[in-house]
Design a protein. Sequence first.
Length: 174
Amino acid sequence: MSSEDNLPEITIERYADSDREILLKGFADIQEIERALSDTRRPGDEMAEDYFNLVSKEVSEKSGTILVAKADGKTVGFIACWIEHDDDPIQTVESNTFGYISDAWVSPDLRGRGVFDKLHAAVEEHLKQFPDVHFVRLNVMIGNDRAQAAYTRTGYTPELLTMVKRIAPAAAPD
């Protein structure tokens, strides 16, 4: 039995205002997953609204899109991306303009069943309409094994590892 057996029909649509609450929930869920891996992350319910506003601004200003996955009329996942332009002299000109996936989320009950793959394929189609975009980049936290597996399955390879060292005690929670 494949992971897609008994998967409801999934359609991919552009974000609409009616999807806002599920995006807030998804951003908070992603944050809580990452918060379990790093004490640098704020609680999901505290940051979701501000982060939604930031992502919306980046998408609007940088030829981006937010796509949602729907099953039986219900939003069950989303992916957000935009185009970044760097002037990094160590990178090739071709790689200084790239699609950036800021976030991808799938409802916990449908994870591992191909929903991300459908969202990812649709976001790649969006990015392919820009002739100067040859690469897609994303970030994933070390230890987020499920996300890393999904990204590897869809063709991503690690390129850069950011390392962090705390040199002062963590601030006391408010």
